[in-house]
Ligand binder design. Structure first.
Ligand code: ARG
Length: 583
């Protein structure tokens, strides 16, 4: 665990460590956390229970000594021993004022970089060429993008790779389908057309037709397999058609991801590693790791204590073609050779758990990664409709991403004020996509969720709209303050519970970044950000910031607005959510 390291926790830990040393207590057990009894205290240390065993002392005696020692020097908090052995800390007005000043000065809102940030490749998105993006692609893009931005913010060197599906049988099917419908002879006569003779809509209709036909038409299926093999051998005409199919499809895919505010550093595909695959398989074979089974070349990855048998990894078909296992293994090899990352993270739906288990085992067995390289699959649940089944269009078809984005944009448009509509045509899309993304991210990654755009767009509750609206409110405070917004940091004092609550929620939001990073669960951040917005809105509802004439209150309150605004902006950006100036 990276550890919870917020400004106050760091401070308490440091001072408590001094107390431990002066009292001769061993330091290894020192931990400070948020209080689980906020009515009693703000922070707590439960280390005395463990320490009692080492020191053969009563926990309560230990915490009494620690509290006394701590209170001798600390001016920002009071420590209190509580039976049977808790050490509770209440932050006083001084402490909260100092926290406010520290946060005000810190551009990162109290979130430090990790001590040893790893180098990470994140494999997410994963759409397939010649197939339109649909609702099934949503979560990988949204969660992967958020985790990429979070890891980067915490100091990691991160590469996001889309890993396009561009090398399997579906490419053979598409090319076979295209060859029947269009005159593609130029490709085979060394005369590649200037403009591809097919559009993205053509591709979108060819694939389902070809796929359906291959199920009944044996000959067509064989042809598609043959073309797949020839493509994988980079045979000229087929390869040139494939290049054009990719170019047309990628341009469309890029547009869709752009609307979702999702950006990839690498637009590699399964094909990118193709030259690594055969040598890799030869090497595995030389070392006696592979064998033939039903004409295919496979490798066992089962382990003695598996509860259920893990099937072998499929490396090569009888016709020589590569498969999904082989492209993923080749890609790991390529990534190790090119970048040698410390970690590779994969975000795909939970149906691929076995696939990655097999691939990771094979990569270790074949020595493709270093023993310390971390390979991890982070699966997620499905997006369901209100009937609890995977989300469909009204007609029962698969909802395409473009239609989904139009749907959320139109729903958002209805709720916007005239002022917001005047901001530009993009405002409705941004509000709709924020609702969509936040609705996804706040649901624990592992679970399924129900796509309910009306609920996601509500201005009240744990929604993207609520957060964007809170930020709009803060921005409008600054618009109205104009050049009266300057804060005199020498005249600040935190006094009220409402102010303190905001500051505590800021600390909790900062700490949620580490939790989300550790467990790859952005929902921690969403929940904590909602809590901060809520605390701010309660404060806003009862404190008239604009009319405030007491300079100390005014400075304190404006500083709180500054930091809340900054922290919401920072966090929304990490989640990949665009903000707006009016709603
Ligand atoms: N293209 C795959 C699919 O549609 C997802 C790719 C996931 N990433 C990976 N490295 N296998 O299922």
């Amino acid at each position: 665990m990276t550890g919870v390291i917020t400004i106050l926790i760091k401070q308490i830990k440091k001072d408590l460590a001094g107390c431990f040393e002066r009292l001769g207590y061993p330091l290894e057990d020192l931990s400070v956390t948020f209080s689980d009894r906020p009515d009693l205290c703000h922070y707590q240390c439960n280390s005395a229970f463990k320490l009692a065993k080492t020191l053969r002392k009563k926990p309560l005696d230990i915490v009494k000594e620690l509290a006394e020692e701590f209170n001798k020097a600390a001016s920002y908090a009071v420590a209190e021993a509580a039976p049977p052995g808790f050490l509770n800390f209440r932050i006083n007005d001084n402490g909260f004022t100092q926290l406010l000043l520290d946060l005000y000065e810190d551009k990162r809102c109290g979130v430090d970089e990790l001590e040893c940030p790893p180098r990470i490749i994140i494999d997410y998105g994963g759409p397939n060429i010649a197939k339109p993006l649909h609702v099934g692609h949503l979560r990988s893009a949204i969660i992967g993008e958020a985790m990429k931005r979070l890891a980067r913010f915490l100091g990691c060197e991160v590469t996001g790779d889309i890993h396009l599906g561009d090398w399997g049988l579906q490419m053979g099917l598409v090319i076979a389908g295209l060859l029947e419908k269009y005159d593609l002879s130029g490709y085979f006569e060394g005369k590649k057309p200037q403009e591809p003779p097919f559009t993205v809509d053509d591709l979108n209709s060819v694939y389902p037709e070809a796929s359906a036909r291959s199920k009944t038409d044996e000959e067509f299926y064989k042809l598609a397999q043959e073309i797949t093999y020839k493509l994988q051998q980079r045979e000229k005409g087929y390869y040139d058609i494939w290049e054009d199919v990719c170019a047309v499809s990628i341009a469309d895919i890029k547009g869709d991801y752009e609307k979702l505010n999702v950006q990839f550093d690498l637009w590699y595909g399964e094909s990118t590693c193709s030259e690594y695959i055969d040598p890799m398989i030869e090497d595995m074979t030389k070392r006696g790791l592979t064998y033939e089974s039903d004409g295919a070349l496979v490798m066992d990855v089962g382990l003695p204590d598996d509860d259920k048998p893990i099937p072998p990894v499929m490396l090569r078909k009888s016709n020589g073609a590569h498969l999904y296992h082989s492209t993923d293994l080749g890609t790991i090899l390529m990534r190790m050779r090119q970048q040698d990352p410390d970690e590779i993270w994969y975000f795909t739906d939970a149906r691929q758990v076995l696939h990655f288990e097999q691939v990771f085992r094979a990569a270790r067995k074949a020595g493709i990664v270093r023993p310390e390289t971390k390979l991890a699959h982070y699966p997620f649940g499905t997006v369901n409709g209100k009937d609890g089944k995977p989300f469909k269009t009204r007609e029962g078809g698969i909802m395409q991403l473009k239609d989904l984005i139009s749907l959320v944009t139109e729903a958002a448009e209805k709720l916007l004020s005239d002022e917001a509509k005047n901001e530009g045509t993009d405002t409705a899309r941004k509000v709709g996509v924020a609702a969509l993304k936040f609705g996804d991210l706040i649901c624990n990654r592992i679970r399924n969720y129900i796509f309910d755009i009306d609920k996601f767009l509500q201005f009240d509750g744990k929604t993207g709209s609520y957060l964007l609206y809170t930020l709009v409110r803060i921005r409008s405070i600054f618009d109205r303050l104009g050049n009266e917004a300057a804060v005199n940091v020498d005249d600040i004092k935190v006094r009220s519970e409402l102010e303190k609550d905001i500051l505590l929620k800021m600390e909790m939001l900062a700490s949620s970044y580490y939790q989300a990073y550790e467990e790859k669960l952005p929902n921690y951040i969403c929940d904590a950000m909602y809590e901060l917005a809520n605390a701010f809105n309660v404060f806003y509802g009862s404190c008239r910031i604009l009319g405030q004439t007491d300079p100390q209150k005014r400075n304190t309150w404006i500083a709180l607005c500054v930091i809340t605004g900054r922290m919401l902006e920072q966090t929304l950006d990490i989640l990949g959510i665009d903000t707006v100036n009016a709603m």
